[in-house]
Design a binder for this molecule. Structure first.
Ligand code: XIL
Length: 361
């Protein structure tokens, strides 16, 4: 009986009971691109708890961004009640694996608890109270992670859709445009060593690029430091043109800012398509779409490498297709395939197309 057990065990080993090649059989994105910029991934507790995914992160990333664990609602769900457990767990695991950590995000209109803006009777709070809460949140969070989190998205998505002025957020309503100055000042005071970023989407659009530059001017005129811009990069196969992206990279670099491509994914669905309530790629991505995604990623990374003087890191949102937020985003959940690794954590043609770009022109 015992011998039979041994034979079965050996057979299982030799036939390879694991589904496919190991996640670490391929060149490491982080190593291949290290001469140009750091490669990162957006991670959550689910990535850490899945050994295959965490080994993918360790092999391919040099830096991680916490996908949700540092958002205000998670960190301070009730006034003065800070819950750092989910973020501490991820930050400590990442650092133990030799990964750098980027903090996302201190100020945002989404995932911000309602109490921030209300008084005890549920009416809009006095501006002085909201300002005190803004400062206290930033100071407490940044000091808690001082020395462990190297850089922060201090403010996320403060610009209006289309880029005409500031978004009409509860922060703007309570404090006026100076809330941005207050936020950057508080972050700098809490950790003078940390790099401070403004993060937003659609920054390849000219209107938004100009608004970002105006915002940077305002911050600098007020004597506060901003080190760089996070260009989220939720892109599609058909948008934006690489030239538009390059115009923004050039403009930010010329303004003395560094750029993080902070949340990169490429949806396989057309941008702004009215989404029919069906799920065409639930069974997998057809070969021609797979090839189109690879071509798109190749063109993007060729552009990033050309602008390596401006770019400090390129972070994917998130680890593999099965973990992409795009599967749940929008009015109709649908199976998307926006990353370099498929649902089995295996590299897709887009992965190999990206690796080839590291050599440059
Ligand atoms: C997304 C996360 O990926 C989701 O898990 C969550 O449900 C919603 O937020 N821009 C940002 C990110 O700055 O924080 C968002 O992340 C994606 C869009």
């Amino acid at each position: 009986m015992r011998e039979l057990g041994v034979v079965v065990f050996v057979l299982l080993l030799s036939t390879g009971s694991t589904p496919a090649a190991s996640t670490t059989d391929h060149p490491s994105l982080a190593e291949v691109f290290a001469v140009h910029f750091a490669i990162g991934m957006g991670v959550d507790g689910a990535d850490l708890d899945d050994p295959a995914t965490w080994s993918l992160v360790r092999h391919h990333a040099a830096t991680v961004t916490l996908e949700n664990a540092l958002k205000p609602q998670v960190v301070q769900p009730a006034p003065g009640r800070f819950d750092f457990e989910p973020a501490d767990r991820l930050v400590d695991a990442a650092r133990a694996a030799g990964l750098r950590v980027h903090g996302h995000t201190l100020v945002w209109h989404r995932h911000a608890p309602e109490w921030l803006f209300l008084d005890t009777r549920g009416h809009p709070a006095e501006p002085a109270q909201v300002l005190e809460r803004l400062r206290n949140h930033i100071t407490t969070v940044v000091q808690h992670f001082r020395g462990r989190v190297e850089s922060w998205d201090v403010v996320n998505e403060a610009l209006a859709e289309g880029g005409y002025g500031l978004r009409d957020s509860p922060w703007l309503q309570a404090l006026g445009p100076d809330y941005l100055i207050e936020a950057f000042r508080a972050a700098e005071t809490a950790d003078p060593e940390a790099l401070l970023f403004y993060n937003d989407y659609d920054l390849a659009s000219r209107a938004k690029r100009e608004q970002v530059l105006a915002l940077v001017e305002r911050l600098r005129a007020a004597g506060v430091r901003i080190d760089g811009i996070g260009m989220q990069g939720h892109l599609s196969l058909d948008w934006p043109a690489i030239e538009q992206l390059e115009d923004s990279l050039r403009a930010f670099h010329a303004a003395g800012l560094v750029v993080r491509i902070s949340e990169l994914d490429v949806t396989v669905f057309p941008r702004n398509a009215t989404t029919p309530n069906h799920d065409p790629y639930a069974g997998g991505l057809p070969e021609d779409r797979q090839a189109a995604l690879a071509r798109r990623y190749a063109a993007l990374f060729a552009g990033f490498v050309r602008h390596r003087d401006a770019i400090v890191s390129v972070t994917f949102w998130n680890t593999h297709d099965g973990r992409s937020w795009l599967n749940h985003h929008g009015p109709h959940p649908r199976t998307d395939h926006p990353l370099l690794f498929d649902r089995d954590r295996q590299p897709k043609p887009a992965f190999f197309a990206v690796i080839e770009q590291a050599a440059g022109d």
